[in-house]
Design a protein around this ligand. Structure first.
Ligand code: U2P
Length: 226
């Protein structure tokens, strides 16, 4: 290689060092989807946005960077504050697919701000704020959980369903084993609360979970009405 060739190689190496985004510092994401019936059907207060009761569908809780060991980073960049002007084109879809249920509602903005600042800032090396919310929305659509469960006769009718069956049906739909988390209603029934789906570090493809969350579910769980 001539001097000109070496110059180009060195220039590319220099760019690689100082211009490209840093390597991601987490191992995978959990896409966490929550059943609103199980969030509201507890002793905790539940608030609806002014637009009214959200649709009876799984809603996004968050897209959480995680480590293979089971721990996770949080609040990684205090300088990267939530900026709603960056996601204006996504707000109507966020209201539908990432609805807030905690009180006070603040129309979802407080929830999205919390998720971005706690989790999104830990994956900034691979996606900016707009990409973070957009990827989560696309993944939720791709998971198509409610429809997949419905196709197998698993519906939110306050009925009790076999946990293994729920897991198998979701696995049939997305191609990978999900994590399932339960909570208890005031009568102490164990109910389906959140589904964890693992996603690669690009935030776009489902993968087999390196580690599953501890879900605290018995072998039969209630799928509560909403
Ligand atoms: O489980 C209680 C809260 O801990 C946070 N969490 C849990 C598991 C995990 O893998 N990563 C993680 O961040 C969640 O906090 P939140 O985003 O709701 O503030 C979860 O609700």
């Amino acid at each position: 290689m001539g001097a000109k060739g070496w110059f180009i190689v060195k220039l590319l190496m220099f760019q690689g060092l100082f211009v490209s985004r840093p390597q991601e510092d987490f191992d995978f994401f959990y896409l966490v989807l929550q059943w609103p019936g199980a969030y509201c059907d507890t002793t905790r207060a539940c608030c609806y946005p002014t637009s009214g009761k959200p649709a009876a569908d799984f809603g996004i809780h968050g897209l959480w960077p995680n480590y293979k060991g089971g721990s996770w980073p949080s609040n990684c960049d205090p300088d990267s504050q939530f900026d709603r002007s960056q996601i204006l084109d996504l707000v109507s879809s966020l209201k539908k697919n990432w609805p807030t249920l905690s009180c006070p509602s603040n129309e979802g903005f407080t929830f999205w701000e919390h998720e971005w600042e706690k989790h999104g800032t830990c994956s900034e090396s691979v996606m900016d704020q707009h990409e973070y919310f957009e990827n989560a929305l696309k993944l939720k659509e791709k998971a198509n959980l409610l429809q997949t469960l419905r196709n197998s006769g698993i519906v939110p009718d306050d009925g009790f369903y076999d946990l293994e069956e729920i897991t198998k049906v979701i696995e049939g739909g997305i191609g990978f084993t999900p994590g399932i988390e339960c909570n208890k209603d005031p009568e102490l029934n164990d109910q389906l609360h959140q589904i964890y789906i693992c996603v690669d570090t690009s935030g776009t493809e489902f993968i087999e979970c390196p580690v599953l969350p501890r879900g605290r579910c018995p072998s039969t769980v209630q799928f509560s009405k909403f």
